[in-house]
Design a protein around this ligand. Structure first.
Ligand code: UDP
Ligand code: MG
Length: 313
């Protein structure tokens, strides 16, 4: 029996990109001497995405699908796809052909011939992407690599091929707040990186906006480090020390030159506002952690299925 290759494809409102993806990927899969299955995960699309996927499945029994009851996010879609995948090798890729399917051949070589557990990809350019988005992305990678234990390569994509043990390791991480790039790195395993230039989307539009990207960045940082909490403690200690020093200096100076050196009301108000803003920031950061703990404790399912053609074991 030939080995099975599973490909997990998260889709949100991708009616234009889906047929192009299918047409481009199937011929490549046919050249590989393996059995394959395509697992499309519909992440609560409001267009014809679910119908197109079901149509593929009708004509091609290598097509599997999971249709969510609403939008749960790409991270949940990846988890659902990985948990349904039965392959010895499992790839995750976007449907918009920004993850070139022909790279699968090189990825398979990396695992089967060179002995890696995972072959991942990174973009070396961000051509065609808004400048401001690239700037924020670079800052995000800097912060996350400095502050967290997990290492995330700049420009790393989710597009990768993994062996079964690595997929099982990822599935064993059942956290509700999922940040896949961090999880991929956290589980370890020997990973080879392939580099490529950014490619424009085949059709449709990006599913990310500035707000979604900011939330994604916060998710990444909060999921993998306590550094902001330690920063609060350092800030508090530093502020307290400065405060005591200033009070001592004020006391000595006013005693020695016996003048009334009390500060103006305006300065007092400014200082109070500054301290309040620091307090608020700290409270904000702490509540993010608390909120994350709360959602983990509730132990809610990561996604909910409306329809699927994959048997559940
Ligand atoms: N996606 C998803 N759920 C979401 C957002 C995106 O399943 O909430 C899918 C989307 O259909 C695509 C992939 O995730 O296959 C990557 O999204 P996109 O191409 O919009 O991201 P970009 O390439 O712009 O970072
Ligand atoms: Mg894309």
């Amino acid at each position: 029996m030939k080995d099975l290759l599973s490909i997990v494809i998260p889709c949100l409102n991708e009616q234009e990109a889906l047929p192009i993806y299918y047409k481009a990927t199937i011929p490549i899969l046919k050249t590989i001497d393996m059995n394959y299955e395509l697992i499309f995960v519909d992440d609560g699309s409001t267009d014809n995405t679910p119908d197109i996927i079901k149509d593929f499945a009708k004509k091609d029994n290598q097509v599997k699908y999971v249709i969510f009851s609403r939008n749960f996010g790409k991270e949940a879609a990846l988890y659902a796809g990985l948990s349904k995948a039965k392959g010895k090798y499992v790839a995750v890729m976007d449907v918009d052909l920004q993850d070139p399917p022909e790279m699968l051949i090189e990825m398979l070589k990396g695992i089967k011939v060179e002995g890696y557990d995972c072959v991942a990809t990174r973009r070396v350019t961000r051509k065609g992407e808004p400048k401001i988005r690239s700037w924020f992305a670079r800052k995000f990678y800097k912060i996350i690599n400095r502050w967290t234990q997990v290492e995330i390569v700049d420009g790393a994509r989710d597009y990768r091929l993994m062996t079964r043990p690595m997929v099982d390791a990822i599935l064993s991480m059942k956290e509700y707040n999922r940040f896949s790039k961090g999880i991929f790195s956290f589980v370890g395993f020997k990973t080879k990186w392939l580099e490529y230039e950014n490619i424009q989307r085949s059709a449709g539009t990006t599913k990310w906006n500035f707000k979604k990207l900011c939330l994604y960045a916060i998710e990444g940082i909060v999921s993998f480090t306590l550094a902001p909490l330690y920063a609060i403690i350092k800030l508090g200690v530093a502020l307290g020390t400065l405060d005591i020093l200033a009070a001592l200096i004020l006391l000595i100076v006013s005693l020695s030159i016996s003048k009334n050196l009390f500060l103006d009301y305006v300065i007092i108000i400014l200082v109070m506002v500054l301290l309040t803003s620091i307090l608020l920031t700290c409270l904000g950061i702490m509540s993010v952690y608390q909120a994350k703990m709360y959602s983990e404790i509730k132990n809610r399912p990561i996604y909910m299925t409306k329809e699927t053609n994959v048997d559940s074991e």
